[in-house]
Structure formats: C-alpha cells, structure tokens
Design a protein around this ligand. Structure first.
Ligand SMILES: NC(=O)c1ccc[n+]([C@@H]2O[C@H](COP(=O)([O-])OP(=O)(O)OC[C@H]3O[C@@H](n4cnc5c(N)ncnc54)[C@H](OP(=O)(O)O)[C@@H]3O)[C@@H](O)[C@H]2O)c1
Length: 255
C-alpha cells in the first residue's frame, strides 16, 4: 500500500532536479503524475522514464509566468486523471552573484514571477478542484535563503522569503477546507540549478567543497533527500501539519 495511492499530483519544475526526484518518489507511492516545465524534450524524457517503471505520468509544457498556462495545466490534470490532490509548486530560478545594484529589472521580474507569482497562479487554479475532493496538499519549494539572507542573491532571497509567508497565509485561508499548505527550505542540493551557481562562482570542482562546508553535515544534499521531505508534507504522514517551513538543510539554519 503506497502513501499516495489513488492521488493525482501536479509537479512544477518536474523535468529536472528536485521536481523529478519527487515525481519518482510520488509514483513509487502510488500517485499519478503531471510534470510541468518549459523544456519539452527533458519533460517528455522524464515522463517516459516514469512510465517505463510502470506508473502513470504525463508531461505538459508551460511557462509559469503565464496565467493561461497555469490554468491549462490544472485543466489537463483533471481531463487526464479526473482529480487533483497534490500540488508541488517547485519550479524556480536564481540569478546568482547579484546584489540589488547589479540585478537587472528583467532578472528581478523573472525571479519574482516564477518563484512567487507562479505559486499564486498555480494555487489559484488548483484549489477549487481540491475543494471538490474535500481536501488536498500543497507543498511549495522555498529555500534556506527564505529563512536567512545569502550574499549575491538579493532577488532570490526576497522571492523565497515571500514563498514562506505566502505558504503560511494560504495555510490559514484553506485550513477549513482541509487543504494543507507547507513549504520545504532546502540547503544546497545537487541539481542543475546548483551546478549553474557553482559554474558562475568559479567552477563546479572548485566550489563544491566550499558549498558543502556551509552545512554542518559538511555535504550537499541529493535531490532525493529533499523529495522525501516533500513526500512527508504531501502525504497523510503530515495530516496535522500545515503552515510550516521545513528546513532540509544539513543543519545550516541551526547556526
Ligand atoms: N538546488 C539547490 O541548491 C536549491 C536550494 C534551495 C532551493 N532550491 C529550489 O528548488 C527548486 C527546484 O530547483 P532545482 O534545484 O531542482 O533546480 P533545476 O533542476 O534547475 O529545476 C528548476 C526547474 O524549474 C523549471 N522552471 C524554471 N523556470 C520556469 C518557468 N518560467 N516555467 C516553468 N518552469 C520553470 C525548470 O524547467 P525549465 O527550465 O525546463 O522550464 C526546472 O524544471 C527551485 O524552486 C529552487 O529555487 C534549490
């Protein structure tokens, strides 16, 4: 018996990194999956790899900055599977090595639009369908950089701080409808996003040890380690948990 048997989960940023790891885990636990992101080739390959292991998964291209794309994604989940139980708002972007002085307006807008407004648009589209099921679970990906500041990531920190309070506000608004809303706050995780950051800051080989040393456990997380925390928040294992920002950060926020 899987923890998500009979459930339908929509995962943004599902073609890569943490989103894809969560999709694999959710599927192992019995969920049917909609993966969403812009990159179609990676998305279709990801969905095919899930289907090959025996589950049900589809990929839907979308740009979370577009309201119509978000609406369409939810409609697709309903047309395909007839219901929506879990929304994992995970897609995100970062422009690293930027203070407010060196951040362009385009970079600021993209960061806020994908990381924050995307959650608003997706949740607004999904919640009416969760109400029909008498409940649901929304998990948002924030970051350790929503709990504490980080240098060279001004817009990103602002966006992830907003994700945490948006999570709490949504949790309060929808608790009466049995829709739980929580977020995870990962430390550094070995994904294409982090590799891009390390590239920008001096190269993956050079930066890996210094990124690891920022965590008391002295290493970078695997995407699966974050996915397991997301599964906890998405499943009935956390049935009395709503409105939390769960650090999954190797102890970093304990400093
Ligand atoms: N890796 C870390 O160290 C770390 C730490 C803390 C928090 N996080 C957060 O974890 C989440 C997942 O990131 P990741 O580390 O797994 O990196 P990743 O592998 O680069 O994943 C980012 C995902 O977001 C999608 N995306 C970006 N812009 C989008 C848009 N406009 N519309 C739709 N999808 C979009 C990307 O797909 P396309 O480019 O194909 O659209 C990709 O699937 C992000 O919210 C990130 O901020 C990561």
């Amino acid at each position: 018996m899987g923890k998500l048997d009979g459930k339908v989960a929509l995962i943004t940023g599902g073609n890569s990194g943490i989103g894809l790891a969560a999709a694999r885990l959710f599927m192992e636990e019995g969920a049917r999956i909609v993966l969403a992101a812009r990159g179609e080739e990676r998305g279709r390959e990801a969905a095919e790899s899930l289907v090959r292991t025996g589950g049900q998964a589809i990929f839907a291209p979308c740009d979370l900055r577009r309201s119509a794309d978000c609406q369409r994604l939810v409609e697709l989940a309903i047309e395909t599977y007839g219901r929506l139980d879990i929304l994992f708002n995970n897609a995100g972007v970062i422009h690293i090595d930027r203070s407010v002085v060196t951040t362009s307006e385009e970079e600021w807008d993209e960061t806020m639009d994908v990381n924050v407004k995307g959650i608003f648009l997706m949740s607004r589209a999904a919640i009416p369908w969760m109400r029909k099921n008498q409940g649901g679970a929304i998990v948002n990906t924030a970051s350790i950089f929503g709990l504490v500041g980080g240098s060279g990531a001004a817009a990103y920190c602002a966006s992830k701080g907003a994700v945490i309070l948006l999570t709490k506000a949504m949790a309060l608004d929808h608790a009466g409808e049995k829709i739980r809303v929580n977020c995870v706050c990962p430390g550094s995780v070995d994904t294409p996003m982090l590799q891009g950051e390390m590239d920008t800051l001096g190269g993956v080989e050079k930066m890996r040890a210094s990124f690891a040393a920022r965590h008391p456990l002295n290493r970078i997380a695997t995407p699966d380690e974050i996915a397991r925390a997301v599964l906890y928040l998405a499943s009935d294992d956390s049935s009395f948990v709503t409105g939390i920002a769960l650090p999954v950060d190797g102890g970093r926020s304990a400093w």
